[in-house]
Structures are given as C-alpha cells and as structure tokens.
Design a binder for this molecule. Sequence first.
Ligand code: DLL
Length: 439
Amino acid sequence: MDNAVPLLDRDAEGADPRQRRELQGARLRDLIDRLLGAGGLQAARLRDAGVERGGDVTLDDLHRLPMVTKADLWAHYPHGLRAVDAEEIVCVHGSSGTGGRPTLIPYTAHDLDVWAQVMARALAGAGATRSSVIHNAYGYGLFTGGLGVHHGGIRLGATVLPLSGGMTDRQVRMIADLRPDILTCTPSYAIFLGEALRTAGVATDLRAGVFGAEPWTDEMRTQIQSLLGLRALDIYGLSEIIGPGVACESLDSDGMLNVAEDHFYVETVDAQGNPVPDGTPGELVFTTLTKTGMPLLRYRTGDVASLAGPVAGSPRTLRRMSKLLGRTDDMLVVRGVNVFPTEIEAVLLADVRVSPHYLIVDDRRVAARPELRVAVEPFESTVDNDRLGTELTGALRERLGISCVVSVLGPGSVPRTEVGKARRLARWTEGEPPLAGLG
Ligand code: DLL
C-alpha cells in the first residue's frame, strides 16, 4: 500500500483479530463484574437477564444482554450511571444534546489516559507526528472536541495550538504565522475557516484535517479538500462513550473509520435491536470495555452506519465503520420515503455549481401535506438560478425518489457556523420560515 501510515500502537492497531477478540472477551467479563459490583441500573438489568458474574458471559452472548439508552442517562442526571466513588472522578464532559437536554459524563484519570491513547492513534493515522503542529479549532469546554484532540496531540508529542472555536481572524493569523500541518475542527468550520483564509490570501502548510462531530458526506469532503488543499479525514465519537477517537479514518483506511475496538466494542442493530450483518446500515451500539467512571454496556447511540472488516492486507487490523448516514431521530419521512439529510447533501454537493452552504427544511405547517424544502447557494453569481433549481429538483427526485421544493438563494443567505455544530436541518411547524426567502 503506497499510502500506508505507520501504526502508533502496533499491539492494539495491528493485533491478530483472534487475539484481540480474546482480549475483548476478557475485558467484557471484567466490565460486567465492575458493573455488578457498582450496583444501580445496569447491574439490576444484568441480574434480570440472569447474569450474576462476568464469567457467565462471552462475547458471543453480548447481543442478548440488555442495552442502555440516552433516556437512561437523562433519568440519572446529573451524575449519570457513575460506577465509582466521586473522589475517583477527575473531570466531567458532556453535550448539550438533541432537544437541548444535557448529558454529563464523569471521567476517571484512567478514562483520560485511554482517551489520550485513542486520540493519539487517530492523529497519527492522519499522518501527524511529534514534529506536527496541530491547529485545534474544536471548542474547548464541556464539549469533548477541544480537549479530546488536546489530550491526544500532547500524548503524541506534537505541538497543539488550542484555538478553540470562533474568533476566525485570530485563527487565520495563527495559521499564517505558526504554519500548522494538521487542522482539527468541525467540517462546517473547516469551510468557514477555508473561506476566510482564501479571502485573506493566506497560503498554508496544512497536510491533513481531522473533521467530525457532525455529519458530512464524501461530496463535502471533495469541496473541503479543494478549498483547503489538504486530505480531509473523518473522526467520530460521542461524549457518552469517551468523545472523539471512538473511530477515526486514517490515510490508509479507504474512506472508512477504524474503530478503537480494543476499548469500544461495536455492534450494529436494527430498529428492534436485532444484529445486522456487516455492510448493512444499522444503529451503532457501543460497549466501553475499559472505561471506569461511567462504563456502558451496549449503549444505543442513535447513530446509523455500517460495519466492515479491515482493509485486506493492511497492517491495521481494526474493524471499520462507514461514515455516518445520520441519526435515527434526524431521518426524514417524505411521503413514505425514508431519507437522511446526508443523502440530500450528497445529491446537492455532487453538482459543482452548489456551494457547501445549504439548509434542509422539514415543513410540517400543514400536517396532512408535509413538504421538504431545500435552500442552496451557488458558488458563482453568474449561475442561472432557475435552471439550477429545476435540475436539483430533478436530481433529488431521480436519485432519492423524493420531491422537494428547491430554493436557490443569493450568496450569504444561508447561515454559516462559526462556533459549535452546524445545523443543516430545520423543522418548520408554524410562523415565519426558518430562513428568509423560503416558502
Ligand atoms: O461530537 C464528539 C466529537 C468531537 C466527535 C469532535 C468528533 C470530533 P457529542 O457532542 O456528544 O460528541 O455528540 C455526539 O455527534 O452521536 C453523532 O450523532 C455526532 N457525530 C460525532 N462525530 C460525527 C461524525 C462529539 N464524524 C454525536 N459524523 C454523535 C457524523 C458525528 N456525526
């Protein structure tokens, strides 16, 4: 493989899959003993399922064990399903979450150590080394993006620039002055920053970007790569499991994300919770094999992706997951057709006239007549807007089987995301449109 990158942690990333499975089995049994010892919700559910000790269980039985959901975490707010004494906790992270309900996650020093390890691997897989300068524009705070990259970059021995989100003028200045080779931020901020760099006429030494925390497609990747002149890689994670680093693309992983499955065992299930085979999209379910502060057995993420084995012949033997298709709660049902916003993004951005600034609006003002609206902006003001609208409507109907109302708006009409996660889907149930110029 000509694009192979050396493994940072050969024992973990390059292990013989059979040996890794043995390790996962042993860690699962230890986890179950810890959960039973801690008492509480997960212990009670295990006992109800007839599990009295870790030795009762093998990895093959895992799919029969009880799951936990976000609702369980909310029900135990603010301390969550903490499994150790308060004095073992060294920090708390979390997310504002869907529906604005926060989820808080307690970490032990051991959890931070695992997080730094998996994040160091993720950065190394993107080609970062001890001599790298990592421009980290993920938000620092309760959100796991900023500090997750920070811990991993320091573990790797690179130089981390802790920019956090926003104050783009200063970010442009730092990139011009300190010449980072690695950029870490959300894909939407990569575009915002890329456009600011272009406007300022700053050429960069950026080689790779590690972008995640929100859905983005291969079509978006193409746009980011041409804007910033770097390799754009995807990183996935969620605070409940550890934060970024649960899975990350590497330069040699063929467009999929290597799952850090020695720490986070992954399954995919259907809506009824039954396992789905590799290659079939399903909801990701993770078991935190080594976590101690708030270990989770079979956490249902609500995120949809498919799984696959490693790239054939690669020294990297971890299982891989696809880019996320979306979240189960973001799936749109349009006149009986199920569609994820990412599928719409893929059609829109496959058209070279369309800029990455778009908004999907689920118009439910008339319950009996739901309408899907899509607002896009062309790159060039010379584009024939009527023709573009008609052609995009046709492409969406042909490729996804859905009819949408496409509005082609003037440059700058769709809100940009400078801080936090991009909001590319809006619900419209009454009153004014979520975006001027729609409807
Ligand atoms: O977003 C952790 C993270 C930070 C991941 C930085 C990558 C980079 P939460 O705020 O808890 O944690 O949100 C987790 O974000 O369940 C997914 O729905 C979504 N998400 C995270 N990464 C991706 C990705 C962080 N690469 C939720 N693609 C998850 C699509 C993603 N969605």
